[in-house]
Design a protein around this ligand. Structure first.
Ligand code: TMP
Length: 213
């Protein structure tokens, strides 16, 4: 359906996704002069989805039942797709998104114990056959990611305050996705400096979409 391209970033806390989303978008704009590149995020990226985001990232760690929480993420995702992502792709824009459904598999499926099948069922219902064209998974040891996240302004959000075992399950989930879907996913070592990570991201994107001159 899409005439644009949909690129997602995934990974645990503190992996530097937001910075890399911004840097990739800048690089794509230069490389594809005249092309519109939209950056967006999940949960969020549409008015209703941003409201749902507030319900998800604030408050007590135990605030939601795991299934309720997954449903909220998929409700936000559906709004994001219908109001923002699909219209942009239909106009030929490239969309670079900070997290997408692999985060639901990692956080709710593995982290909160809902399992793969529940997430796959919600995905089929809310998203259908649509998939990212490319997913960049930024991988970082859990302790290093939480240390970096702890230094950010504004303190830790609801997920960052969950225990260490939870964060280890997230990392396992993202590594499993990278292994199971090698066509769609590229695993990038995020322990390196920001410039080196940006270079590896660009190499992966340029190679995947044939953007070399
Ligand atoms: P952020 O830290 O990347 O801004 O994302 C907000 C939090 O939401 C992050 O801790 C991961 C979490 N999350 C889920 O638990 N499930 C999801 O499906 C998504 C997209 C994010």
């Amino acid at each position: 359906m899409s005439v644009g391209r949909f690129i997602t970033f995934e990974g645990g806390e503190g992996a530097g996704k937001s910075t890399q989303v911004r840097r990739l978008a800048e690089r794509l704009r230069e490389a594809r002069a005249g092309r519109v590149v939209l950056t967006t995020r999940e949960p969020g990226g549409a008015p209703g989805a941003e409201e749902i985001r507030g319900l998800l990232i604030n408050g007590d760690a135990s605030r939601w039942d795991a299934m309720s929480e997954a449903l909220l993420h998929f409700a936000a995702r559906r709004e994001h797709l219908v109001r923002t992502i699909w219209p942009a792709l239909a106009q030929g824009q490239w969309v670079v998104c900070d997290r997408f459904a692999d985060s639901s598999l990692a956080y709710q499926g593995y982290g909160q114990g809902l399992g793969r099948e529940a997430i796959a069922a919600l995905y089929a219902l809310a998203v259908g056959d649509f998939r990212p064209d490319l997913t960049l998974i930024l991988d970082l040891p859990v302790e290093e990611g939480l240390r970096r996240a702890g230094k950010r302004e504004g303190g830790l959000d609801r997920y960052e305050r969950m225990d260490g075992a939870f964060h280890h399950r997230l990392r396992r989930a993202f590594l499993d996705v990278a292994q199971q879907e090698p066509e769609r996913c590229r695993l990038i070592d995020a322990a390196a400096g920001e410039d080196l990570v940006a270079a590896r991201v660009w190499e992966a994107v340029a190679g995947h979409f044939g953007l070399y001159p």
